[in-house]
Design a protein around this ligand. Structure first.
Ligand SMILES: [Ca+2]
Ligand SMILES: [Ca+2]
Length: 198
């Protein structure tokens, strides 16, 4: 923590890494037959494969569906600091498991996120912790905390959050709208790894 410049840059760089799933996974995992490749939609053969995969995962979890634990072990999400948050987003009926449709949606959303605008919207939802459609300082704090763990003090993290919001809040309401967030993603530390602007 001696170098405040790198400490300032650190969390955003880490946040970026958390969302650069596909590019990141390529280097540190061998391709598995099970990993869905990045085409826009599922073919019927893929749906079948997905169904079998779901069956295996759900069976190992007592048939209720895919648990958070099972989900965070999927090759697509392993090591992603936002895996838990993504699970939350896709567990639509909030029963603590992903049923098949929820599971399919999660993997479809993941694929769609290869598209810059879809990815931007997904990242926005991840950051919008309370789901009210705007990113407040509290949302940003909660989400960045997931990424950096206990590495940074509350004070430092709050400073970072404040400077991010102040730098991009054009409407002056102290929060980031999707449009403002999109601009944030398009420049500075957030940009390249997020891949929001191609
Ligand atoms: Ca569910
Ligand atoms: Ca919010």
């Amino acid at each position: 923590m001696g170098n405040s410049a790198s400490a300032q840059k650190g969390p955003l760089a880490t946040a970026n890494a958390g969302l650069s799933w596909r590019t990141q996974k390529k280097s540190d995992s061998t391709p598995s037959q099970d990993v869905i490749e990045s085409t826009p939609e599922f073919t019927s053969a893929e749906i079948e494969r997905l169904r079998r995969r779901f069956g295996r995962l759900a069976a190992s979890q007592g048939d209720s569906g895919v648990s958070l634990q099972g989900f965070t072990r999927l090759p697509e999400f392993v090591g992603n600091p936002f895996a838990g948050r993504l699970f939350q987003l896709y567990d639509s009926n909030k029963d603590g498991f992903l049923g098949f449709e929820e599971f399919k949606e999660a993997l479809t959303g993941f694929r769609r996120s290869q598209n810059a605008e879809e990815k931007c919207k997904l990242i926005f939802r991840v950051y919008d912790s309370d789901g009210d459609g705007v990113i407040s300082a509290e949302d940003l704090f909660i989400t960045l905390r997931m990424v950096v763990g206990r590495e940074l003090s509350d004070t430092l993290l709050k400073d970072i959050v404040q400077s991010v919001i102040e730098g991009h809040d054009e409407s002056g309401d102290g929060k980031l709208s999707l449009d403002e967030f999109r601009k944030l993603l398009s420049k500075g530390d957030f940009d390249t790894q997020f891949g929001c602007i191609s």
